[in-house]
Design a protein around this ligand. Sequence first.
Ligand code: G3P
Length: 214
Amino acid sequence: MFVLVNLKTYPCDPVAVADAVRDVNETTDARLAVAPQAAHLERVADTGAETWAQHVDSIEHGSNTGHTLAESVAEAGAVGTLINHSERRLKLADIDGAVRAAQRADLETVVCANNPAQIGAAAALGPDAVAVEPPALIGTGTPVSQADPEVVEGAVEAAANVDSEVSVLCGAGISTGDDVVAAGELGAEGVLLASGVAKADDPKAALENLVEPL
Ligand code: G3P
């Protein structure tokens, strides 16, 4: 299972979380990665933890003030990027352009979406993975695998109908190893989570709990 920890703009210490991600990754067959804010990418990547960007824009080098260039996050040490997170929604053409920009920079891609219909559309753009996250469950601590298992199963089916090479993650409210196991039983190949680690008093213990049953 892939466990991707999105730090959003939570006031956690990104380097301390990244140290924990790196250390716990060495103890498990699961794959752990962390997605800090763009400004923290380099410091986080320097820890040796697998590092992802939270966003890239559909742009190339040039006159694009305030945008995020895929090549720059790759140079900072990111190996992948989220695209179209629920808190950073893009228009369809910009999702497509961001996927192309990320591919140009050799970044792995996870395109986020709200529901199975959007997951099918996202999968058609050819990312490495898609992530289904019902916005209403984000940050609630109520796991999508329990509150809305149909949305996960529907997303797995929708992605497979479009492109069987695109893997499916699920997210929203995931915070325990049982949640990760439940996500896997619904057909997800990974989870995307944030508050369960970024807001934990002890992020390393939270990560250990997440991978313990895997
Ligand atoms: O990107 C992960 C996220 O949106 C889910 O957040 O806090 O419910 O794990 P959370």
